[in-house]
Design a binder for this molecule. Sequence first.
Ligand code: NAD
Length: 253
Amino acid sequence: MRLPNKVAVITGASSGMGQATAVLFAQEGAKVAVVDIDKKAGQTTVDMVKQKGQKALLVPTDVTDSSQVISMVEQVMSEFGKIDILVTSAGIWRQGTILDTDEKLWDAIMNLNLRGMFLCCKYCIPEMIKGGGGSIVNISSECGIVTWKNQIAYNVSKAAVISLTKSIAIDFASQNIRANTVCPGTTETPMPLNWLKKQPNPEELRRGIEEIRPANRLGQPEEIAYGILYLASDESPYATGAVLSIDGGATVK
Ligand SMILES: NC(=O)c1ccc[n+]([C@@H]2O[C@H](COP(=O)([O-])OP(=O)(O)OC[C@H]3O[C@@H](n4cnc5c(N)ncnc54)[C@H](O)[C@@H]3O)[C@@H](O)[C@H]2O)c1
């Protein structure tokens, strides 16, 4: 077991990579706080964690709302008594150039992809310090490293996540807090799959997304979860401020 007796807070845990991470972490011995705005799907994750023999706490939370994030941290502390790991996977993806991204869309993307992460880190770090340290894994994207066409707000939010995480790594290394970023490539979760379904030519679009990467396929949520596990666990004590790409090679060129 790689996470014996650890307590992990995972945002976006109702779906996709967050859910896969919650299940893997439970398998590796962690108690999991399932933090998501989607309460119903969150219950499914809780059931999956329990099937692995671990404790789970469902904390329905809108991570863009500081009062809800503060309450979430209080609930986790009350139930589990500590926070060892924070994984921030809650996020949205929307398209648009600067001309067709209105202020409302810009704010919605920045609020969730960046401010939500800022708030969760801000309110978990003091509890980690009290407990002697912790490990934060923030989820960016291949679009945080290279720039994809027609998604300016998403690209900017994901590039900023890398800087947010490195800033935390520098500021809190002396207090035994590590902060690392995982940058997934397009992965088979509801986020891209629901969008593809609505396109007139989903198969052709999917092939295009596959072909731009040497692996020539999309990722699986579990493949991202294993990278998150490495950075979250005590097996990576020297890794902080790192940016781990798991993208089938999309960003090597
Ligand atoms: N799937 C991909 O291809 C891909 C690629 C690169 C990066 N990412 C990033 O990985 C992360 C996870 O993506 P995914 O594919 O698992 O997405 P997903 O859509 O499957 O899951 C996202 C989760 O975030 C939750 N959420 C949305 N708004 C919230 C809010 N205000 N407060 C709390 N929770 C909220 C949703 O309910 C959902 O459970 C995201 O940050 C995404 O940008 C995804």
